[in-house]
Design a protein around this ligand. Structure first.
Ligand code: S3P
Length: 199
């Protein structure tokens, strides 16, 4: 297993993607590999609200949940680098997306419909999936959200099977990104582009 210590750990890594893509499961293992703390935005929202996400939706509505979600994620992004698993709707909020873009590296965990149905079917705790047929709801969310998730810095396929396979893929994508950034020309070294140079 290649070491992950060669990766810069100076920025928070934010996992985005639909319900059942494996954000928490992969995030926890990724954090262990990188030697970073792991945070789960949904769990932090529940802690801050003192009740479950289902109760927040039920008692206060989705809009209130989204506001709380933005607040909690911005607070977490202000802290030390860590791996952060976000709820499936978080990256859809333009303010949350901008905060993630400014302060973190975002990784879209992309999974296919059947896999997400299988995983989300294990627990009946997601308010959005109780609004009707989960297959139809997840299909509609794929159409709506995948074009926005595609704005993440990296996209990695989350596969069925041992989580370590997907974790390795995320690590490889992070390594490739770090290598590309290392080999990118330093703008200050390009003739005519140095600071103070005439345009
Ligand atoms: C939501 C996803 C959930 C949770 C809430 C809303 C969404 O998180 O934040 O039920 O809008 O997709 P997971 O993606 O971790 O299931």
């Amino acid at each position: 297993m290649p070491a992950a210590g060669d990766l810069p750990a100076d920025r928070t890594i934010v996992l985005v993607g639909l319900m059942g893509a494996g954000k928490s499961c992969i995030g926890r293992r990724l954090a262990a590999r990188l030697g970073l703390p792991f945070r789960d935005a949904d769990a932090e929202i529940e802690r801050a609200a003192g009740c479950s996400i289902e109760d927040i939706f039920e008692l206060h509505g989705e809009a209130a949940f989204r506001k709380g979600e933005n607040r909690v994620i911005c607070r977490l992004l202000d802290g030390a680098p860590h791996v952060l698993a976000t709820g499936g709707g978080a990256f859809m909020d333009p303010d949350t997306r901008a905060a993630i873009g400014a302060r973190a590296v975002s990784v879209w965990l992309r999974a296919d419909l059947e896999l997400m149905l299988k995983r989300t079917g294990r627990r009946n705790n997601r308010p959005l999936l109780k609004r009707g047929d989960p297959r139809k709801i997840l299909s509609a969310l794929i159409a709506e959200r995948y074009p926005v998730y595609a704005d993440a810095d990296l996209a990695v396929d989350s596969v069925d099977g041992p989580p370590e396979v997907t974790v390795e893929r995320v690590l490889a994508a992070l390594r490739d990104r770090a290598a590309a950034q290392d080999s990118a020309p330093d703008p200050a070294a390009v003739p005519g582009r140095a600071e103070g140079a005439e345009a």
